[in-house]
Design a protein around this ligand. Structure first.
Ligand code: NAD
Length: 512
């Protein structure tokens, strides 16, 4: 593994992050603030307000005030805003990706990919006039017709994590608002810049004031979003302990809630797998976005004779990776992690893994990026001979640290996967169709990959995490996303022909 050199860059401008309320950028009245960093250099590039309970409640009120007019706006007009937003996102894709790289530390290629996945969500929302249609049946009894149609809920809330500053907000609000809801987004306080750019583009696309609002803050702000009587639904993406807290609190206060949590995704490698392709995919899965992905492969399970060839090829290939800045043009394969406290936690976890007896086959701790000595860098790290009870086997580390466990057969591998408290993704690499079929059916994760390293679904499919990776019923994305943000009304109507009346054709129901 080596470090890259880059051209010296100009200092980034310092941003005092604002709120987005009633269709405008607005200064917050907050008295508390948090820092925003460029993780590539460790330099503070901005500060974000931590809104008080009172200010948060006033923003919810704005979203509530905008709801009746937006609900009554024809759905095709709501969708037209999304068509315009797609065009604006395409036009600004490069600068949006640069903002993501600046505040998060992803490589530019990774940020471009995340913008692309975000645009796909808005494209999906363009289809909501068709996708949200109800059902109807004529003459269900004499002169009686039945229909259902989808209603928006009211004010919906989205609380998002730091690892996809632009894509995860786009998992939520395009569907919610095209369904006729108004929305309050609370981005991660660590990476608030990309979400603000999204809000500005929504205004440019013609979204009426108050339909999308952006508030910033920490627990004080979130607790209001979870409890406020005008909030109808809460979407959350983040770590498992917070997801559980969000789900329990929101549902106790009568809200719908979908809460995506953390993950420890297992990648099973059968001895018959195509080793070159498997190693390339595993490396991208484990170290892409510096391992800060809820779908990252973080535990490779080498089955039988796969172990030695897999580990040897993986270590050789990983040693060639270049770590470097992502805020400027560079040829880095991997950038920094996003915050210094997280880097320190990762270092402590690596220490713990080594003390527990896992073998450090590749140690990224010494990596130096000469032109950015204060950046938050950790090189790709591989632990071999990881045993099931070890910390690095069961805990989500959320960084460029891959553990490798060696097991004797597929049954043992599936049992290991199913013993995890998480259930986001699980993958098998094999040429054996029967093994793949068994794995698909028996593995307890919600998203399964077969010879695919990161089995994240496209926008039209739900993001189906399970176990400790998801709390709720209806998942984010796809038709489940539309169902989450709407409720169906059923209308039973009877219209007798002129001159006839209730009698022989009376509609009778015994269903209550
Ligand atoms: P986090 O849980 O720390 O924070 C997520 C959001 O919750 C942020 O907006 C934050 O401000 C808020 N928050 C944090 N602590 C809170 C508290 N005590 N009370 C109320 N709100 C609080 O997560 P993170 O570190 O930003 O993101 C990384 C995590 O997100 C990882 O665990 C990763 O696996 C997970 N993630 C999951 C998915 C998925 O779809 N399952 C996708 C992306 C990320």
């Amino acid at each position: 593994m080596s470090a890259t050199m880059t051209q010296p860059a100009a200092r980034s401008a310092f941003t005092k992050v604002q709120l987005f309320v009633k269709g405008r950028l607005t200064d917050s009245k907050a008295t508390r603030h948090g820092p925003v960093f460029n993780p590539s250099t460790g330099e503070q590039i901005g500060e974000v307000p931590f809104c008080s309970a009172e200010e948060t409640a006033s923003i919810i009120q704005c979203a509530h005030d905008a709801f009746p007019a937006w609900r009554d706006t024809p759905v095709v007009e709501r969708a037209r805003v999304m068509f315009r937003l797609v065009n604006l996102l395409e036009k600004n894709a490069d600068s949006l990706a640069r903002t993501v790289s600046l505040e998060h530390g992803k490589t530019l290629a990774e940020s471009v990919g995340s913008v692309r996945r975000g645009i796909e969500m808005v494209e999906f929302a363009c289809g909501i006039p068709t996708l949200s249609m109800g059902e109807t049946m004529h003459n269900i009894a004499q002169d009686v017709d039945c229909e259902t149609y989808a209603h928006p809920l009211g004010v919906c809330v989205g609380i998002t994590p730091y690892n996809f500053p632009l894509m995860v907000p786009l998992w939520m609000f395009p569907i919610a608002i095209t369904c006729g809801n108004t929305f309050v987004l609370k981005p991660s306080e660590k990476v608030p810049l990309s979400a603000m750019k999204l809000a500005e583009l929504c205004a440019e696309a013609g979204l009426p004031p108050g339909v999308l609002n952006v508030v910033h803050g920490d627990k004080e702000c979130v607790d209001v979003l979870l409890r406020h009587p005008l909030v109808q639904a809460v979407s959350f993406v983040g770590s498992t302990p917070i997801a559980k807290y969000i789900y329990e609190t929101a549902t106790q206060h009568g809200k719908r809630c979908q809460a995506n949590g953390g993950a420890k995704n297992h990648i099973l490698v059968m001895p018959d797998a195509d080793m070159d392709k498997t190693v390339a995919a595993l490396q991208t899965s484990a170290f892409g976005c510096a391992g800060q992905r809820c779908m990252a492969g973080s535990l490779a399970v080498a089955i039988g004779k796969a172990a030695d060839p897999l580990v040897n090829a993986l270590v050789a290939s990983t040693n060639k990776m270049k770590v470097g800045r992502t805020d400027v043009q560079s040829d880095a394969d991997m950038g920094p992690v996003t915050t210094k406290p997280h880097l320190e936690t990762l270092l402590a976890n690596i220490e713990k893994g080594a003390k527990e007896g896992a073998k450090l086959a590749c140690d990224g701790r010494g990596v130096k990026v000469p032109d950015a000595p204060n950046g938050f860098y950790l090189g790709p790290t591989i632990f071999d001979h990881v045993e099931p009870g070890m910390h690095v086997s069961k805990t989500e580390l959320f960084g460029p640290v891959l553990s490798v466990s060696r097991v004797k057969d597929l049954d043992e591998a599936i049992a290991l996967t199913n013993g995890s408290m998480y259930g986001n993704g699980a993958v098998i690499y094999t040429r054996d169709g029967h093994a793949a079929r068994e794995f698909k059916h028996r593995a307890g994760a919600g998203m399964i990959g077969i010879n695919v390293g990161v089995p994240a679904p496209m926008a039209m499919f739900p993001f189906t995490g399970a176990k400790g990776s998801f709390f709720g019923d209806l998942h984010i994305q796809g038709r489940e996303g539309i169902q989450f943000y709407t409720q169906h009304k059923m209308i039973l109507s009877r219209w007798h022909a002129a001159g006839s009346g209730p009698g022989a054709g009376e509609f009778v129901t015994t269903r209550g």
